[in-house]
Each structure stands twice: as structure tokens, then as C-alpha cells.
Ligand binder design. Structure first.
Ligand SMILES: Nc1ncnc2c1ncn2[C@@H]1O[C@H](COP(=O)(O)OP(=O)(O)OP(=O)(O)O)[C@@H](O)[C@H]1O
Ligand SMILES: [Mg+2]
Length: 250
């Protein structure tokens, strides 16, 4: 087994008297897709916000490539190459694809934005990811479909040379064809060596792409399994709390 790039040991998070994460262990591997599933309110987004440094954990340990790290701010996470693609907040409608992909870290040339270079890099990144449905990188994001928007948001993390890409419900609002397109992109991301963590309520999607499945139930990690060693019925059982995982965690 490869060394995990991310390893959480006993992370806890409370909001006032409410314990939302009750000592959670979680691992993610380079080049692998790990699905994080669980019912509404199980703590998935809270777990991710801790990894993103947006809402630091109250306690527990975070190891990155085996070494303890502190994630107190998004800057800490960004410095390690941890990027989160949020469903809705990801893009600016009034900007084009290139502007969105480089937002906040535009390439400068003699004090002004090097538009030509950014355009080439944006187009090259989309090409690498085999994105063919976007006609021009100078298209405004407002003119893109949901799937294309998600594609641009993911490509943006690739452009940042992310090592860990976290996707919170990337296909929730998408139709069948667009979902297939985004899932294919997620697979290509992993093939390039990126560790992908995907939150999804759609178990069909999960079984299609994930190498590992981790199940949160009321703030506890109740199962971490290889997708090839489990099935839909068992995972639903873990999610709803009617089935207890008996094996050793993957
Ligand atoms: N800022 C906050 N203040 C107080 N309680 C919070 C806060 N954020 C989350 N919670 C609570 O923590 C619990 C877990 O929330 P979280 O958003 O992590 O769940 P989730 O698994 O992502 O659910 P969903 O599938 O609905 O997105 C919920 O009970 C929620 O009400
Ligand atoms: Mg959530």
C-alpha cells in the first residue's frame, strides 16, 4: 500500500455544545479517488473545511505525506497543494474562462497581465484534461453549462498544481451527459497522480469512480473500504446506521 498523502487521526470539531466531528480518522492516497459519503448533517463538509483550513479542527492530528502539519488557514492548505472545488462559489460569472482560471494569481509581464501566456496555459490545461466541449477560453463563464463550469473549476485547481483536489458534490446539479463528463475528468485528474476526495450523495457516481469509500455517520467514520470490496447495499447500510462495518479499514 502506498503512503497516504492525507491522514487524519482523531480529528474533532464542535460548534458550541454540538460535537460535529467525534474523533475522525481518514486517509487519501496519491493517484486515487476517495469518496466521502454520509447522510445530511453527518459532518462531510465540516471534515473538508478543516482540510481546507477554512474552519480548523479543534483537535486531532493531520499528517501530510507522513509529517504532521497545521491547517489554520486556507493559505496553509494552499501551500501544501490542497484545493477545494465548491459547487457554487467556484467561479465569477462576469469573467471569461482564462480570467477565472488565473483569478488572484495572474501572470505578470513587465507589470501588466500577460494575457497571451495565461490564455495559452489555460487552453493547454484544458487540452491535457481532454476537455473538448469548451469552444473558446475567452468565453464568459456565464455562457457555460453547469458541467462546463465544473470543468473550469477543476481545471483551475490543476493549473495551481494541486496535489489534493477536494470536490464537494461536483455533479449534484448536473444532467446525465454532464455528469459523465465531470466524472471522466475526475478520473483523469487521479491518473495524473492527484489525490481526489469527492463528496457525493450519488452512489452510482461513487461506485463508478471511487477507489475507496469512507462513510461518516453522525460525526464518526463508520467504514473506510475499498470500492472493489464492498457493494451498494452495504454502503447504504453504513450511511443509514443499520449496518456495522466489521472489517479492518482500508
Ligand atoms: N458553523 C456551524 N455552526 C453550527 N453548527 C454547524 C456549523 N456547520 C455545521 N454545523 C452542524 O454540523 C453538522 C454537520 O454539518 P455538515 O455541513 O458538515 O454536514 P454534511 O455531512 O456536509 O451534510 P450535507 O450532506 O447536508 O451537506 C450539522 O448538524 C450542522 O448543523
Ligand atoms: Mg455538506
Amino acid at each position: 500500500m502506498d503512503m497516504p498523502i492525507i491522514e487524519l487521526k482523531g480529528v474533532v470539531k464542535s460548534f458550541g455544545p454540538v460535537d460535529v466531528l467525534k474523533g475522525v480518522n481518514f486517509t487519501a492516497y496519491p493517484g486515487k479517488i476517495t469518496a466521502l459519503v454520509g447522510d445530511n448533517g453527518a459532518g462531510k463538509s465540516t471534515l473538508i473545511k478543516g482540510l481546507a483550513g477554512v474552519q480548523p479542527y479543534d483537535g486531532g492530528e493531520v499528517l501530510f505525506n507522513g509529517s504532521p502539519v497545521h491547517l489554520h488557514s486556507p493559505r496553509d492548505a494552499g501551500a501544501l497543494g490542497i484545493e477545494v472545488v465548491y459547487q457554487d462559489l467556484a467561479l465569477c460569472d462576469n469573467l471569461d474562462i482564462v480570467q477565472n482560471m488565473f483569478l488572484g494569481r495572474e501572470e505578470l509581464s513587465a507589470g501588466t497581465f500577460d494575457e497571451g501566456r495565461m490564455e495559452r496555459e489555460a487552453a493547454e490545461t484544458l487540452r491535457q484534461l481532454s476537455v473538448r466541449t469548451v469552444k473558446s477560453v475567452r468565453q464568459k463563464v456565464s455562457s457555460l453549462s453547469g458541467g462546463q463550469r465544473q470543468t473550469v473549476a477543476i481545471a483551475r485547481s490543476v493549473l495551481k498544481k494541486a496535489k489534493v483536489v477536494i470536490l464537494d458534490e461536483p455533479t449534484a446539479a448536473l444532467g446525465v451527459a454532464q455528469t459523465a463528463q465531470v466524472l471522466a475528468l475526475v478520473k483523469r485528474l487521479a491518473e495524473q497522480g492527484v489525490s481526489v476526495i469527492i463528496i457525493s450523495h450519488n452512489l452510482v457516481d461513487v461506485f463508478e469512480v471511487a477507489d475507496y469509500i469512507s462513510v461518516l455517520y453522525l460525526g464518526q467514520m463508520v467504514a473506510s473500504v475499498k470500492t472493489s470490496e464492498t457493494n451498494n447495499e452495504d454502503v447504504i447500510g453504513y450511511i443509514t446506521g443499520v449496518k456495522t462495518y466489521e472489517g479492518t479499514s482500508a
